[in-house]
Each structure stands twice: as structure tokens, then as C-alpha cells.
Ligand binder design. Structure first.
Ligand SMILES: Cc1cc2nc3c(=O)[nH]c(=O)nc-3n(C[C@H](O)[C@H](O)[C@H](O)COP(=O)(O)OP(=O)(O)OC[C@H]3O[C@@H](n4cnc5c(N)ncnc54)[C@H](O)[C@@H]3O)c2cc1C
Length: 445
């Protein structure tokens, strides 16, 4: 088979890796000038660093398996993370379960309740029973009080911004499962994974393997249209880096583009299209500061204060060696927001003027002169908002157009999106494409 793949992120490249391993010809088109999609990197102090902070959890098995298949399993290293929570004008250490027991921002009784509650959710086996309620409602009803207000509500808001009260309960359930897997006992810190050499270690190996099997990866080559003949996907129409129109025929096409842009590439049956457009995406605005000293001693800061105009503060070099970045301390300031939010359209300088005055809340000595360099990234399809009863609304990988498949982050459920799950999905799609080739195309319904 000759397979055209749209997008060279974790999903597209993982699918290309497995399909090319089975002897199929793959051609990947990527609109950006680089590969890696949302997990792509920029050079900082001579080494690659993700545009948006990235780490892995101990139960991210699919990415570990892929690294093993690529011969780079030993590059994955595990680090204890340090977590803080900013609330009521103060930073609290909330790294271990014991820290939460000492978390003075909530009454003692609520702290006990919080711990018992997490254990209770951790024991729930069937997430489908939780599907018809939002996490916000479920937690407010069953946990409530300061324990919800100071711990879980800020986490939901930090992740989903203004859409925090629309998220289905399975998201919370899967978060608790992941967190339990990454923690070791009441005193234990959460262990987070990061590959030596950044996520590029995986993407570079994927690229080399695909190319060694006669596969092609074309960057700066956006696909503009999927050509369909008599209901069957036939060809991709793309624009070359020099602006010329390319038309290439394929036996099968896999798209990994976001749901909101897929209908621009191909005409789709209304009911399938509705499933795509019903899912709202949040964009991410990420400012990366290279500083000459750390701001705090924490890797991850939960922000439980609506006066702070960003949702997350991640100090990468409080978990990973700053020597990798020429001695610079790397601090990410991140926001998840609607693409219509004025903050999404702000320039780098406007964002700095908005954000920097708040950094003294985390360290009163902070001074702008600590910043040596600034990077700014905006990602339009950063976080899908997955609401209630989503298992009945999830778009099928097999689209209404024969031989055209879709694999994007809205099809990851009940887990939260992440590189691990895009890799898992990309590899499952490779199997599905091969199976359909052998047994015939199956309709999406
Ligand atoms: C700020 C931030 C922090 C994150 N932190 C983590 C983390 O800590 N751990 C973790 O595991 N995950 C994290 N993620 C999520 C993770 O990066 C993504 O879930 C994963 O990389 C998605 O991979 P994908 O291949 O499904 O999609 P994408 O990476 O979005 O890939 C899709 C690709 O398609 C390309 N494309 C789109 N349209 C076209 C077109 N018309 N023609 C050609 N190409 C096109 C895009 O340029 C892109 O490269 C984070 C994401 C963000 C935004």
C-alpha cells in the first residue's frame, strides 16, 4: 500500500513507523517547518527544549514501548517532581501526600477528607458509570468545601481555563489513576519521566527509521485538500515549500489534523462533521523565560488564585539539569484559553507586561533583570474540551470517506490527551489500516 499521512506529530510519525515496518510506502506531509507537532522543540543553550513543557508519567506504557522498539529505552529517565500550590498570597509545598496533610490553606478535617476521597476515586474501576456528570459537579457534591476549592478546582481551572466546569468526570478519574501510578507512598514524591536529549530523541529516531525504509517526510508542506472520487479518498493536494501545488495519489490516507480544520480538507457527511465540530479546543499560550537564577524551588506550581493572569508556572530546571541549557534556568508561564480571548492575540511584549508583575508573588525578590531571553509560542489545538457522555459522541477513526482515517487528540478517551496516547493511537491506526486492507473497508457506523 502507499499511504499518505497528514501531520508529523506523535500520532502521524508513530503510524508511519509501523506501516513502513510492514513494508508499506509512507509519505508524511507536515505544514510546520519542523516535526514533533505539539511536542516539538526549540534550541535553548545548545540543546532542544519543548515549546510547551513536557513530562511523562510512570504508566505511559505506549511511549516506553515505542522507545524500546526504537532502541532508545535507556534514554528515559525518572525524576522526583516538586509541586507547590499558590493560594491566599502564599506558596505551599504540596509535593507528597504528607504535605497535603500539612496544607495549612484548608482546615485539617478537609485535608483528611481530601486524602480519603482520592483513595476512593482511585478504587473506582468503571469510568463509564461516571460519564454523565461533570468533574466539577461530581467533586463539588461529594468532596466540596475548601478541599475542592483549594486543590481540585484550581487544577481543573489550570488545565481548562473558563471551560473547567464542562469537563466530564472520566477526566478526573483517569488523572487520579495516573497520579497514583506515579507516586510512591505517603512520603513519596511523584516520579516524572523525561527522555535524555528531549522528546527529539524519539522523533529523530522515528524519522531515521521511516526514511531508512524509503518513507518520506515533507515539512513546510501543508495539505490543502483530500481528493475524493466516488466516495473513496484518492489523492492529497498540498503546497510545496516553494508554493507549487503538489498532487499525489494514495491507496489510503490518514489525517492527524485537529477536528476543527479537518472539514476544510474534505467534504464530510453532516452527522460525522457535527461530531468533529461539537468538540471545542482550547489554545495554549506559552512564554518560556531563560533566567540566570530560579524563581522558586518547585517544578510544578498549581495556581489557586484568579488574580494571577496565567494558569501554570513550570520550572523545568527544578527537575532537570540546567547545565543542559548552558546554565540557564528555564521557566514556562502557560495559559489555556479560547482562541477568541484577547490574550491569545497579544504580542510577546504585551504578555510580559501582563505576566511579569505577578512573579514577585512567587518570589518577592524577582527582578526583570533575571530574564536573559524570552521565547513565545501559541498553539491553536492544545487541549480538547471533553464533556459528559463522550463515549457516545466520539468521532470514529474510519471517516465517512472510504480509505480516509482520522486520528487526533479528540479521539483519546477517557484518558487526557498526551504524547503517550497519540503514540498508542498512531500505532493502533497502523494496525487498523492493515486490517482493513486485508478484510475490506468497514463503514464508520
Ligand atoms: C502546552 C502543552 C503542554 C503539554 N504537555 C504535555 C506533557 O507534559 N506530556 C505529554 O505527554 N503531552 C503533553 N502535551 C500534549 C502532547 O504534546 C500532544 O497530546 C501530542 O503531542 C499530540 O500529538 P498528535 O500527533 O496527536 O498531534 P499534533 O502534535 O498536534 O500533530 C498534528 C500535526 O499536524 C500538522 N498539521 C495540521 N494541519 C496540517 C495540514 N493541513 N497539513 C499538514 N500538516 C498539518 C501540525 O502542524 C502538527 O504537527 C502538551 C501539549 C501542550 C500544548
Amino acid at each position: 500500500m502507499k499511504i499518505g499521512i497528514i501531520g508529523a506529530g506523535a500520532a502521524g510519525l508513530s503510524a508511519a513507523f509501523d506501516l513502513s515496518a510492514k513494508g508499506h510506502k509512507v509519505v508524511v506531509y507536515e505544514s510546520a517547518p519542523f516535526i514533533g507537532g505539539q511536542a516539538s522543540t526549540i534550541p535553548v543553550g545548545g540543546n532542544p527544549l519543548e515549546r510547551g513543557y513536557h513530562h511523562l508519567f510512570t504508566n505511559d506504557q505506549a511511549i516506553l514501548d515505542l522507545m524500546s522498539d526504537l532502541g532508545v529505552a535507556e534514554a528515559m529517565k525518572w525524576y522526583p517532581s516538586r509541586v507547590g500550590t499558590y493560594t491566599s498570597g502564599k506558596v505551599y509545598k504540596t509535593t507528597t501526600a504528607l504535605d497535603l496533610l500539612r496544607f495549612g490553606a484548608i482546615p485539617f478535617f478537609d485535608r483528611i477528607k481530601l486524602g480519603l476521597f482520592a483513595l476512593k476515586v482511585g478504587r473506582i474501576k468503571e469510568w463509564r458509570d461516571l460519564e454523565d456528570q461533570t468533574a466539577d459537579y461530581w467533586l463539588r457534591e461529594r468532596l466540596g468545601g475548601k478541599a475542592y476549592e483549594k486543590v481540585w478546582e484550581p487544577l481543573l481551572k489550570g488545565k481548562f481555563g473558563d471551560f473547567y466546569d464542562r469537563i466530564g468526570m472520566p477526566w478526573f478519574w483517569s488523572k487520579i489513576q495516573t497520579r497514583f501510578a506515579s507516586r510512591q507512598g505517603i512520603r513519596g514524591r511523584e516520579m516524572l519521566g523525561y527522555p535524555d536529549g528531549s522528546f527529539d530523541t524519539i522523533f529523530d529516531k522515528l524519522t531515521a527509521a521511516i526514511k531508512s525504509r524509503d518513507g518520506e517526510i515533507h515539512t513546510s508542506t501543508p495539505v490543502e485538500r483530500v481528493e475524493v472520487v466516488a466516495g473513496v479518498a484518492k489523492a492529497l493536494i498540498a503546497k510545496s515549500p516553494s508554493g507549487e501545488k503538489i498532487r499525489e495519489e494514495f491507496d489510503t490516507i490518514l489525517s492527524t489534523v485537529p477536528s476543527f480544520s479537518f472539514p476544510d480538507l474534505v467534504d464530510l457527511q453532516d452527522d460525522y462533521k457535527k461530531r468533529l465540530t461539537d468538540v471545542h479546543y482550547l489554545a495554549a499560550v506559552v512564554v518560556v523565560l531563560e533566567m540566570d537564577r530560579p524563581l522558586t524551588k518547585f517544578y510544578w506550581m498549581n495556581i489557586a488564585d484568579s488574580d494571577v493572569p496565567f494558569l501554570g508556572l513550570i520550572e523545568h530546571t527544578n527537575m532537570l539539569p540546567k547545565e543542559w541549557y548552558d546554565g540557564r534556568n528555564i521557566l514556562y508561564l502557560t495559559n489555556y484559553l479560547d482562541r477568541t480571548d484577547p490574550v491569545y492575540s497579544m504580542s510577546q511584549d504585551e504578555l510580559l507586561d501582563l505576566y511579569l508583575p505577578h512573579l514577585t508573588k512567587f518570589n518577592p525578590e524577582f527582578d526583570r533583570s533575571w530574564i536573559k531571553k524570552v521565547h513565545y509560542n501559541a498553539l491553536s489545538a492544545a487541549q480538547p474540551i471533553i464533556g459528559t457522555n463522550y463515549s457516545k459522541a466520539i468521532p470514529d477513526h474510519r471517516t465517512p470517506v472510504e480509505k480516509l482515517y482520522l486520528a487526533n487528540t479528540t479521539q483519546i478517551y477517557p484518558e487526557d490527551r498526551g504524547t503517550n496516547y497519540s503514540i498508542k493511537m498512531g500505532r493502533e491506526l497502523a494496525d487498523m489500516i492493515i486490517e482493513d486492507e486485508q478484510h475490506g473497508w468497514k463503514s464508520w457506523k
